[in-house]
Design a protein around this ligand. Structure first.
Ligand SMILES: N[C@@H](CCC(=O)N[C@@H](CS)C(=O)NCC(=O)O)C(=O)O
Length: 280
């Protein structure tokens, strides 16, 4: 691999499996299953295959919020997908998500069983299925979707761009760090301006827009991601910090953050979730 400023791309790119970086061993330029591996199925209607990254947390927070609202049909089993071990390339997982990324959900309450992948699609599916956490009036519902899709388009710059080059790349390179820091600070300013006169992303009601955005930008401003709070001067985004801390206090968020988490302090971990008592 060349780290030089004078790198000239070859005519045809070749896969260099040794390219380095924390996630290098799971990155591949091809899709599809690498091995036969069936997925386990628990007893609840909803079967989640995930890991407690920000994209994974969106869905476990959503499911815990549904249960908090007393919706027992939202009971779920959450199985751990270890992406660093390549579980996302097992044949069973690829059958649920051909894109080989967590989170992925199977709804066994429908006939035939419904597969749902892409965290934004999963949030929308669950909100529509149970008719909650998405506003009902036309304007607020549209606003909720605006911010949900904003998150899906924006977060890759935060995770795949800023987070990758600031925290995970094998060498610190100023050009990509500057480029993605600029974009992430712009995104934080977008949120800050919006939250300066809105309680939540879609208005006065907490919704799937907040549930999508909080695991990325909420965690970032309360310094749970990339240890970048000082570098990004997150304290200056006062409205985002206010919103993030308010959401962090929700019981469903406290539980949802722990599901499929296998790192950090012991009391914040819960490798698999099969019923409410698993949290105690
Ligand atoms: N747009 C997808 C992104 C999902 C995603 O990037 N998942 C990551 C973890 S946060 C993953 O499974 N990575 C494994 C891999 O890239 O092989 C979503 O929101 O569901």
């Amino acid at each position: 691999m060349s780290n030089n400023d004078d790198y000239t791309p070859p005519a045809v790119w070749q896969w260099d499996a040794e390219s380095g970086g924390e996630w290098a061993k799971i990155n591949r330029p091809i899709a599809g299953a690498t091995h036969q591996q069936d997925l386990p199925v628990g007893e609840h209607p909803l079967q989640l295959y995930s890991l407690a990254t920000p994209n994974g947390q969106k869905v476990t927070i959503m499911l815990e919020e549904l249960l908090e609202l007393g919706i027992s049909e939202a009971e779920y089993d959450a199985f751990l997908i270890k992406i660093s071990d390549g579980d996302q390339f097992g044949s069973g997982f690829v059958g649920v998500n051909p894109n080989s990324k967590i989170p992925a959900l199977m709804d066994h309450s429908t006939n035939p069983v419904t597969r749902v992948f892409e965290s934004g699609a999963i949030l929308q599916y669950l909100a529509e299925k149970f008719d909650v956490l998405i506003p009902s009036d036309h304007t607020s519902k549209t606003e909720c979707r605006n911010w949900l899709f904003w998150q899906m388009g924006s977060a890759p710059y935060l995770g795949g761009g800023f987070g990758h080059f600031y925290a995970y790349a094998p060498v610190k390179m100023q050009y990509p760090i500057d480029r993605f820091t600029m974009e992430v600070k712009r995104q934080l300013d977008v949120l800050n301006r919006h939250l300066s006169d809105h309680d939540y992303m879609a208005g006065s009601e907490y919704s799937i827009a907040d549930i999508a955005i909080w695991p990325w930008y909420g965690n970032l401003v309360i310094n749970n991601s990339y240890e970048a709070a000082e570098f990004l001067d997150v304290e200056s985004y006062t409205h985002v910090v206010r919103w993030a801390k308010q959401i962090e206090r929700r019981p469903a968020v406290k539980r949802g953050k722990r599901v499929n988490r296998v790192w950090g302090p012991e009391e914040e971990q819960l490798a698999e979730r099969h019923n409410t008592n698993d949290f105690s």
